[in-house]
Design a protein around this ligand. Structure first.
Ligand code: F6P
Length: 547
């Protein structure tokens, strides 16, 4: 298959980008009083305003042509119908089936996906109700008060991000804790205040081989047995979510306590499966289902809305425009809602593990810039930390502003202050302020000419920095489901346009393999000496200095 660079739409965008680099968004707003109407769309649970991008109607037409020529619609159908679009692992990509509520059968390896999903949801519901009602008892007959989820990457970030976001919806029947880091400090801090008699561990690992998770799970197991003096207590205090039933059984977890995962669900898209159990335990199963409903509504929007009005498609095309054609190298995710304080970290894995690649589907080197690095933090905290860079550095960082019309936990006087900043920042990033205006403002304040000459260049903001604004009514299980699915589909469309296999992650293997070798050197006093001189010396310094 030909590189995307050979497409007529790609070449047209290249020429167009060279002209657009000399334009300023201020000019577009001045000449089109309805720019907001022209460049915003409604999608389930949210409004997307993309008018503060360096785009004209012509740009959007050209981007839509690129989506058409890249066969986004055909690829979308392939994904939803269960074709093995994860080509390097020969797997289907069906996280959307986890929330479709559909009975329509999709057959993968002789199994009906719809039936598998329905059975898993039933099992989750029963289990969630048992634990939350106090029917599930620990080895001394006490109820479960604390859930500790042990998992990393996709088996941690999604559930933890959602748990944090939906805290106001929790009835606190159980407390949910997360352990992801193999640094023993984390698990030690989590376990210290807990009583083993009341704790239920969820070992979440699709592969059940991930070193960090297995190390933490073994530590948790020892902690329990040190108190129960009975291996059988594991059955009452450990459940697992995994696709690797053999390894789970070898760990000592009973067959009934294993929740399925399937190879057609990628780790970073798995919070909709039993990987989401901590969410269901915290909020109750009905609220977990609302999350699925919200995501499914966005799936419907993605499948049924024309590309021109399709929010995930628009977001994907704008990212390609800003990064591939205009040269931006990173993108900030800036939530103005405390509930979303982990959203940027979650998006980092979702986008960077999916599309952070440099080889096309066909194994050819990709010769154009692909996706940006994703970073960010709560907007208000960012304003007092890194926004200086967003406003005045030489590097343009496109940013997504995400906010809510209503606070979930209203406190008098807070929300309008928060949202005033939300609106002000994207306006400032777009419009900037030129030297003439800076000088006039300083003069009006009575500053001396000497001071004005000295300070004016520093106060100029060039503006013209692209932002998207995503406005939700309020954070709820449903609206959060829609928001996450919006980004999932954006990532998918980006991958299709850039010819990236978005659903594998070979790039994490090399370091993992080396770590396993080095761990043996550290623990068994072997000196392998086969590393580069820096690594060899660091290892021997570590061993000689800290033993
Ligand atoms: O190493 C990366 C990764 O494979 C992620 O893709 C995944 O989400 C994470 O590790 C955890 O994997 P598992 O669920 O198999 O423990």
């Amino acid at each position: 298959m030909l590189s995307r660079t050979s497409l007529a739409s790609w070449q047209a965008l290249n020429v167009h980008a060279k002209q657009m680099k000399f334009r300023h968004m201020n000019e577009f707003f001045a000449t089109d009083k309805q720019r907001f109407e022209h460049f915003s769309v409604n999608a389930p649970s949210l409004l997307l305003d993309y008018s503060k991008n360096l785009v004209t109607q012509e740009t959007m037409l050209k981007l839509m042509a690129l989506a058409q020529e890249s066969d986004v619609i055909t690829w979308r159908e392939k994904m939803f119908s269960g074709e093995r679009i994860n080509s390097t692992e020969n797997r289907a990509v069906l996280h959307t089936a986890l929330r479709s509520g559909s009975e329509q059968s999709i057959n993968i390896d002789g199994a009906n996906v719809a039936q598998q999903v329905a059975a898993s949801l039933d099992k989750m519901k029963t289990f969630t109700e048992q634990v939350r009602s106090g029917d599930w008892l620990g080895y001394t007959g006490k109820r479960i008060t604390d859930i500790v989820n042990i998992g990393v990457g996709g088996s941690n970030l999604g559930p933890q991000m959602v748990t944090e976001a939906l805290k106001p919806y929790s009835d606190n029947r159980v407390r949910v804790h997360y352990v992801s880091n193999v640094d023993g400090t984390q698990i030690a801090n989590v376990l210290r205040p807990l009583n083993p008699e009341n704790v239920l561990f969820i070992v979440s690992s699709k592969t059940f081989t991930t070193t960090e998770t297995m190390t933490n799970a073994n530590t948790a197991r020892q902690w329990l047995i040190a108190s129960s003096f009975d291996e059988k207590s594991v059955a009452k205090h450990f459940i697992a979510v995994s696709a690797n039933v053999n390894n789970v059984s070898n760990f000592g977890i009973e067959a009934d306590n294993i929740f399925d995962m399937w190879d057609w669900v990628g780790g970073r898209f798995s919070l909709w499966s039993a990987i989401g159990l901590p969410i269901a335990l915290d909020l109750g199963f009905e609220k977990f289902k609302e999350l699925l409903v919200g995501a499914n509504e966005m799936d419907q929007h993605f499948c049924q809305t024309p590309l021109e009005q399709n929010a995930p498609v628009i977001l994907a095309l704008l990212s390609v425009w800003n990064c591939t054609f205009l040269g931006a190298q990173s993108q900030a995710i800036l939530p103005y809602d405390q509930s979303l304080h982990m959203f940027s970290a979650y998006m980092q894995q979702a986008e960077m593990e999916s599309n952070g690649k440099s080889v096309s589907w066909h194994g050819n080197a990709i010769d154009y810039p692909t996706v940006p690095s994703i970073w960010g933090a709560l907007g208000i905290n960012g304003q007092h930390a890194f926004y200086q860079y967003l406003h005045q550095s030489n590097n343009i960082v496109p940013a997504d502003f995400i906010g809510s019309i209503e606070s979930v936990t209203p406190v008098k006087g807070h929300h309008s202050t928060l949202m005033a900043n939300f609106f002000a920042q994207s306006q400032a990033l777009m419009s900037g302020v030129d030297e003439q205006q800076v000088r006039a403002d300083l003069k009006a304040k009575g500053r001396t000419q000497e001071y004005i000459d000295k300070v004016s260049p520093h106060k100029v903001h060039k503006g013209n920095r692209p932002t998207n604004t995503i406005l939700m009514k309020r954070i709820s299980p449903k609206s959060l489901g829609s928001l996450i699915a919006l980004y999932e589909h954006k990532i998918f469309v980006q991958g299709i346009i850039l010819q990236i296999c978005s659903f594998d992650q070979w790039g994490v293997e090399l370091g993992k393999g080396l770590a396993n070798e080095i761990q043996q050197e550290l623990e068994q006093n072997i000196t392998n000496g086969n590393h580069d001189s820096s690594t060899n010396s660091l290892i021997s310094f570590f061993k000689s200095s800290f033993r």
